[in-house]
Design a protein around this ligand. Structure first.
Ligand code: GLN
Length: 262
């Protein structure tokens, strides 16, 4: 016979289980095209809009390479693109919990992230660059790693992950926004900043007295991340990206924001 305590306990457990399931699964709505998205008729994209030229504010609007590529993908799928700005390290969690359909944020494909989310095919390449003051004694990546320098990074990015692996927590200072790490660099709180090359160029152009080291720290590929339970949407986006690569749309978007050098 069930006692009152065991009844209460099982009710609590059932509730917790239901909550647990609701927390993990994607509460998806169906669309005319058969695809499931968080909200019917919409493709909800999470980004961190302080990562020029991939995403940044122009007035109230979030613009940039990722915003335009996602818009082109949404057009192909017949969905309205909705961009939500959040902290970079909340994107994967939000995609997993069914808050966003895609994360599109200059996000590097890594083995670790692949445990939590699916990635589309890559649509761009990135490099982790090192920014130092113009008169810095740090001349290359080896000097940076070997010394006792403090490195500023953006929380949860590959710059953070790789640097922490290479030089340990004690020498890594984390900031929510790339620009906050740059402010720490210009005010002498950190000796270098490790960040993706395109935002690095934008930050150096906007701040006097900084330079990017010639030697890169790491090379990587950017892709959109999706909930592991939504393979149909993954396939549809991959198909759209294929078409957008073939017809030159992606190249044109990248060229608009990153003028060819030389
Ligand atoms: N490419 C880096 C990463 O995926 C940084 C991305 C970002 O800051 N938006 O971790």
């Amino acid at each position: 016979m069930k006692t009152l305590t065991s009844k209460i306990l099982s009710a609590v457990l059932t509730g917790a289980l239901a909550l647990g399931i609701a927390g993990c699964a994607q509460p998806a709505a169906s669309n005319d095209n058969g695809l499931k998205t968080v909200e019917a008729g919409k493709l909800t994209m999470a980004t961190n809009a302080f990562f020029p030229p991939y995403e940044y504010y122009e007035g109230e609007d979030i613009v940039g390479i990722d915003a335009e590529i996602a818009q082109a993908v949404a057009d192909k799928l017949g969905l309205e693109l909705v961009i939500e700005d959040t902290e970079f390290d909340s994107i994967i969690v939000g995609v997993q919990s069914g808050k966003y359909d895609i994360g599109c944020a200059g996000m590097t494909i890594t083995e670790e992230r692949l445990q939590s989310v699916n990635f589309t095919q890559p649509y761009a390449t990135g490099i982790q660059s090192v920014i130092v003051p113009e008169d810095s004694e740090i001349t290359d990546v080896d000097t940076l790693l070997a010394g006792d320098y403090i490195v500023g990074v953006q929380t949860g990015t590959t710059g953070d992950i790789y640097m922490t692996d290479d030089i340990g927590e004690a020498r890594v200072d984390r900031y929510q926004k790339g620009n906050d790490a740059i402010v720490a660099l210009t005010s002498g709180k950190v000796d270098a900043v490790v960040i993706d090359n395109e935002p690095a160029k934008a930050f150096v152009a906007a701040n006097e007295g900084l330079k990017i080291l010639d030697t890169a720290y790491a090379e990587e590929e950017y892709a959109m991340c999706l909930n592991k339970d939504n393979e149909e949407l993954l396939n549809a986006i991959n198909q759209a990206l294929d078409e957008l690569k073939k017809d030159g749309t992606i190249d044109a978007i990248v060229a608009k924001y990153i003028p060819a050098e030389g």
